[in-house]
Design a protein around this ligand. Structure first.
Ligand code: 5AD
Ligand code: SF4
Length: 349
């Protein structure tokens, strides 16, 4: 097994059979070796820096019905909210004062935010803050819409593929399709966005094969960013009562992704931090190099309930994050944290 890990480390590639073999055999011993190879790979590509992003969850309305998610349209138990342009700008100004250079605007798929509304918001942000990167995470839209938003100045787009296994995808996402998801990701890439994909660990019906499907899908797509988090069972969804995803499996997937895509920006996700007290530190030791801190107004935070008991780290707590990452020999980088292969876009709006 060691020689397969060494091959992965030097070549950043493995076959399906080799990946399956690894997942079968990765016990404690090999696991620590895997983590250390992934950690060393991060050091070689981006150095010992963890990039921080300011996350604003601006709407919890969603027209989709993903079986695992608390924001699904059939969940009548959550109180829905939308932030106005003014509220969004006020939250981002708070982030700007704290020195954030990347803002992630995330929401459910909410048709209220038309292209026109979003373009106006994005243009205002980009003209107000000349040197920030704007990331959208607002789900599937038409190619034309993605193009217009890119032209308005959006730099990056997060759209997890959730699972690359067709049957599994279709069993969890009523009315959606994996083909459409992939088409969106390809469109975003072609347009020029730094694209984030990613998947959930611990979905009911997951297998070693489906985990490998995700890894091979990522290797093919070559996204700039990859978000991987454990499923956290939400009591007001059809997945109530299911086991949560495993922290160890999540860490293994982070490591394998780091080794397959050495230049990827990989967050230690909120879900990982929710299930593990030292999720950030363990994520970094397994190959993560991004953390997203919350800029949403305090009153609405709890309502963005993808799952319960979300471990929210407030954007003000940057010192605390600094102390934590020091323990694993990392330091906080407040810069834009662009992917190595992307030149940063000049703001000419
Ligand atoms: N547990 C963990 N992650 C979840 N997400 C949605 N619901 C859950 C849950 N119950 C993730 C999805 C989505 C991202 C914003 O949050 O992967 O893409
Ligand atoms: Fe909506 Fe995203 Fe939740 Fe699916 S995962 S229901 S698209 S917010």
């Amino acid at each position: 097994m060691r020689h397969i890990l060494e091959k992965l480390y030097s070549k950043n590639s493995l076959t399906r059979e080799e990946l399956l073999y690894l997942l079968d055999k990765l016990e404690e011993d090999g696991r620590d070796y895997l983590y250390s190879l992934a950690y060393n790979t991060t050091l070689k590509t981006y150095g010992n820096r963890i990039f921080v992003r300011g996350l604003l969850e601006f709407t919890n309305y969603c027209k989709n019905n993903c079986k695992y998610c608390g924001l699904r349209r059939d969940n009548k138990k959550i109180e829905r909210y939308r932030l106005s342009k003014e509220e969004i700008l006020a939250s981002l100004e708070e982030g700007n004062k704290l020195g954030y250079k990347t803002f992630v605007l995330q929401g459910g798929e909410d048709p209220y935010y038309t292209d026109e509304i979003l373009i106006d918001i994005v243009k205002t942000i980009k003209s107000k803050y000349k040197d920030v990167a704007v990331t959208l995470s607002i789900g599937e839209r038409s190619r034309g819409s993605y193009e217009k938003l890119y032209q308005a100045g959006v730099d990056r787009f997060l759209l997890r593929h959730e699972t690359a296994t067709k049957n599994l995808y279709h069993s969890l996402h009523e009315g959606m399709s994996l083909e459409k998801r992939m088409e969106c990701l390809l469109n975003l890439k072609e347009i020029g966005y730094q694209v984030g994909a990613g998947f959930l660990v611990g979905l009911p019906g997951e297998s070693k094969e489906s985990l490998v499907d995700n890894l091979l899908f990522l290797k093919r797509l070559q996204p700039a960013m990859v978000g991987i988090g454990p499923l956290i069972s939400h009591p007001d969804t059809p997945l109530r009562g299911f086991n949560n995803g495993s922290v160890e499996t999540t860490l293994k997937m982070i490591s394998l992704t780091r080794l397959l895509l050495p230049n990827a920006l990989i967050p230690a996700t909120t879900a990982l931090n929710t299930l593990s007290k030292e999720g950030l530190e363990r994520g970094i030791l397994a190959g993560a190099n991004v953390v997203m801190l919350n800029l949403s107004p305090v009153e609405i935070r709890r309502k963005y309930e993808l799952y319960k008991n979300k471990e929210i780290t407030d954007a003000h707590q940057i010192r605390k994050i600094e102390d934590r990452v020091k323990k694993v020999n990392f330091q906080v980088d407040m810069g834009r944290g662009d992917h190595i292969k992307y030149n940063r876009r000049v703001n000419n709006v």
